[in-house]
Design a protein around this ligand. Sequence first.
Ligand SMILES: [Zn+2]
Length: 141
Amino acid sequence: MLQKRHSGVGAAVEYAVVHLKVENILVIGHSCCGGIKGLMSIEDDAAPTQSDFIENWVKIGAPARNKIKEEHQDLSYDDQCNKCEKEAVNVSLGNLLSYPFVRAAVVKNTLALRGAHYNFVKGTFDLWELDFKTTPAFAFS
Ligand SMILES: [Zn+2]
């Protein structure tokens, strides 16, 4: 499903891929991410808030939040957030693939999608290739 609600982002990605012909897109998550903390704090049965933009933006990561809450209930909130910071990167990579021009370039091998997580508390930087199997990223609500 093509994500049309965030068309400014789509325009930037289209310009980069189709016109600038970038060879790599690297999506980087980071430690102590306020966006992820917000996402992980939304209650399952929470009523929509008055936020016009922030909540809708944060909710793009809902598949990551749901996966982490399901698979890592035993972890502390902070550890869940850390895992979600990485999983949200995979969701973003999956969303990028929902753009036809991104998919076409990946299939042609002219574009590589990679994920990363920068932990500025520990001073680590993890880098990984897109794993098509990790996340059902196309489930938007
Ligand atoms: Zn952040």
